[in-house]
Design a binder for this molecule. Sequence first.
Ligand code: FE
Ligand code: MN
Length: 488
Amino acid sequence: MRRRRRHRCDQATMLQLLPLISLVLLLLPSPPVRGQWLDPESKYSGDQTEYTRPNADLDLRLDEPDIAPNPLGGPEQVFISQADHTGTAFTISWSSNRTMGSRVFYSNQPSSYDLSATGGSSTYSYADYTSGNLHHVTISNLTYSTRYYYRIGEGGSDDRHLVFASEFVTPPPPGPDSSIKFAIVGDLGQTYSSNVTLSHIEQSGAQYLLNVGDFSYADGYQPRWDTWGRFMTRYTSKVPMVFAYGNHEIEFDNAVDAVKPHDGFLSPNTRFSAPWQSCGAVAAIYYSLNVGPVHIISLNSYVGITKYTPQYNWLLSDLEHVDRSVTPWVIIITHVPWYNTYNAHYMEGEVVRSAVEYFARKYRVDAIFSGHVHAYERFKRLYLYEEDECAPVYITIGDGGNREGPAERFQVIPKPETSVYREPSFGYGSLEIINSSLARWQWHRNQDKGDVIADSVLIESLAGMNSCPLPPQPSQPRYDEHELLQSY
Ligand code: FE
Ligand code: MN
């Protein structure tokens, strides 16, 4: 009895002290960020800089200037994309909430707009949402490495809410002597951190944006696609975007069963444009294009890619027809990484990897860029989990800054030899093709609102590696037919 009372008394004292204890804990200096999610082998792992690692961030407020809708329903959410296989045609895509023609005026001279092209528009519905008018206009017969000025909106109005004017530069001609710089981003979203990443990309001087998937994090809430489109416009109206779809692009309206593989990508398929017609693909779900000296393949992690599927057949045919004397560089962008040592999405890429890795190695793909894991990781050249000088470099660049936050934990500890650098922080990558044999890859980390190059490496093209023997076929269990029959 006595003992029990004393116990109760202790509890009461503790309760009285709780606010004081909390206050002391709050005032104590927080310990340096350590833990298994920091890579002990990285000199940029956070211990040696003033750098504060980011947390999950909030989406931009709806009344932010870049996010607010066009008050007159005029053109907004402007994206440019390459429309043919070689870069002489471009599609300008936008949304309007008023009736307007799908017409673009353009010229290679400022303010003249003496040429024009027309396209079409459509809308889509998802649950109780109906999109704005989603316009696509393709302008063709453009000259390489030339600045074009364009204007959306008809009539003599100068009202900035009814007319949208911008400009972009066409890529260099396909050929081994061209050079070009790409910005590569993944899992961007539309948070304040995404905004920092996009600001850094704007200053990168890149001529194309490669987006490895998970664009808006709309997650079925369609107005978020519109805010993402407005958020991106300041960049994507000037720089062509090449994309690969991520899991956040998959949206099934429950009222409609998916019949075709691309049915699950209703919103992005209606909003964005890609040159799938010119490479024998069936929709923007996977496709390829040439940009200067680079053949870019966009693979889809979420439609069939095992043997005999359309994507598998298409990929093999596409790889077989690459002419390395025109495009010495071959890269793949795809959402789910084939190699990954983080806890997040560990081994999710195994089905795709085991289906087509052999061909990435056989056709000497230079590099494979992925997202999905909200972090950065760069691997050596790998084939079947082992170093192979004729295999692609693997890079995870899913660190754009979306609202889900960074992937904080590693699955493989300590870091295996095959992973050169891994770190969960926000940022983007740049791939600068210097010439037919050399490219510079850099990972740009968002550090204290600045842009810090935290990882940098020169990559040599595999175009000239004619001495590479064919890789061994991935070993599969083989049963002798006779033995198999006997066992039954
Ligand atoms: Fe993601
Ligand atoms: Mn993802």
